[in-house]
Design a binder for this molecule. Structure first.
Ligand code: GTP
Length: 444
């Protein structure tokens, strides 16, 4: 990229030259206005930095002349001055200056100036993305598709709004650009309407409207309808680039933040050793469940307590103990239906919540798990577990914590009856005596 610096100070020019070369750009240096203008006449530059005071003219007059030149009307011009006089600054902008910056911090000036550079060479261009584009004019669509391709964006182009509506894919499209008056039954406005009905969040789905409408009232209506931004036709390429870039960068930042939030939530809700849900997740689940106040289909619970786990740690070490826990966790995960919820409840206690599962079915599931664990041999060891089962029936208004306490009592009983067995207690308390259903293995 070529940056022309017009400044009388040799020292200043030398510092700029060094900074630009280090950043991989081509410096062009002139020490007065006349040589600066001659340079612009000869070759196209990407940006101009000009001092307010020059030996033969001033930066404002210089800019005015640049703006009249074929190569100069759309080049960013940064005026270098520390003058704070409002009149001078106003005259500068009226003459066509893009920005005004003091010369004191050259590195900062250099970084800031780079943002104005044209042609997608700045860091602020979006890395990639896909645009759903609706336009029936061949000429306009050719220009826009060329621009979008230069911006490293994929384009799905449609001539009709209804085809675009059919093809819209939330996962694929980062931005919708639509002409407002397209041919066909569905107008661009109807497309915006439908998209906003389905995706009301403007950050999640940005929409850029295009039209030759002069009336500002109509444009305000479009914003009310839910477009994020608007481009007038005929399209000014640099304006379109800047607006498209802003919308896509914002949308992609939003997606990143959402993804990070989901990851943080998963981290906060997952036990790292077993990959099962943790107690935080169970509290969330309990709150949801209890808020249903007996409207649910009921649920079964299996509380699993690994037998003699302390011995495993003592004999084989903590790491082997961890491996056992992790493999038992996998066994539980594999046994889960989509609606089941497996939790690491305590150190070596795991809990399976089985929505819609009555006591008998939950007891059968527990017995299957007990047998599966007997043959699993996690970390090469014979490992068993004692399991307590309880269940709450449909429309039975009992809090989940109370059902967990019953399952805990059932585990206690399984332990005291010799371990490696399943004991179940119904939530209505019947059977919470010595006649409790008990499926027994053996405590070896
Ligand atoms: N390796 C490992 N051990 C753990 C972890 N969390 C808890 N423990 C251990 O699990 C053991 C549980 O021991 P106890 O509560 O005495 O129960 P137990 O030895 O399984 O005996 P019973 O339950 O009566 O069969 C303790 O030694 C804890 O230190 C963990 O994350 N990793």
């Amino acid at each position: 990229m070529k940056i022309l610096v017009v400044d009388h100070s040799k020292v200043f020019r030398a510092i700029w030259q060094r900074l630009m070369k280090r950043a991989g750009h081509e410096p062009l240096m002139c020490d007065d206005g006349e040589s600066g203008l001659a340079r612009i006449e000869r070759e196209r530059v990407d940006m101009i930095c000009v001092s307010l005071s020059l030996p033969d003219t001033d930066g404002i007059e210089f800019t005015r002349q640049v703006r009249r030149m074929a190569h100069g009307h759309d080049v960013p011009v940064i005026l270098l001055t520390s003058v704070e006089d409002k009149q001078v600054r106003r005259r500068a902008f009226e003459a066509g200056v893009t920005d005004i910056h003091a010369k004191t911090d050259i590195q900062q000036l250099f970084n800031r100036a780079r943002r104005f550079i044209r042609d997608g060479e700045t860091d602020s261009d979006p890395p990639s993305g896909c645009v759903l584009y609706v336009e029936d004019s061949r000429t306009v669509s050719r220009i826009m598709i060329h621009l979008l391709a230069k911006m490293n964006l994929e384009v799905d182009h449609f001539r009709s709004a209804s085809d675009a509506w059919e093809a819209f894919d939330e996962e694929r499209h980062d931005l919708v650009i639509s002409d407002i008056l397209v041919e066909g039954e569905m107008s661009g406005i109807a497309l915006v309407n439908r998209l906003r009905e389905r995706y009301p969040d403007k950050t999640r789905l940005p929409i850029l409207a295009m039209s030759g409408m002069e009336d500002p009232v109509r444009r305000v209506e479009l914003f009310r309808l839910g477009v994020n931004d608007f481009i007038n036709k005929p399209v000014i390429i640099e304006e379109a680039r800047a607006r498209i870039s802003n919308l896509i960068v914002n949308k992609q930042l939003f997606d990143q933040v959402q993804q990070q939030r989901r990851q943080l939530y998963d981290l906060a809700m997952t036990d790292p050793l077993t990959g099962l849900h943790n107690r935080n997740a169970l509290s969330d689940f309990t709150r949801q469940q209890d808020s249903q106040c007996g409207d649910s289909d009921g649920l079964g619970l299996i509380l699993i307590d690994i037998d003699h786990f302390k011995q495993i740690n003592d004999r084989h070490g903590h790491l082997v103990g961890d491996e056992v826990l992790s493999q038992v966790g996998d066994l539980l995960t594999k046994s889960c239906r989509d609606e089941d919820f497996a939790v690491r409840f305590g150190g070596e206690e795991l809990l399976l919540v089985l929505p819609g599962c009555p006591l008998e079915a939950a007891t059968r599931r527990a017995e299957e798990l007990r047998l599966a664990l007997e043959v699993l041999e996690p970390a090469g060891l014979h490992v068993t577990a004692s399991m307590g089962v309880s269940a709450v029936g449909p429309r039975q208004n009992i809090e989940l914590d109370a059902v967990i306490r019953l399952a805990d009592r059932a585990v206690y009983r399984a332990k005291s009856q010799g371990r490696n067995q399943v004991v179940s207690i119904p939530a209505d308390g019947s059977g919470d005596d010595d006649d409790t259903l008990s499926l027994t293995g053996s405590d070896s």
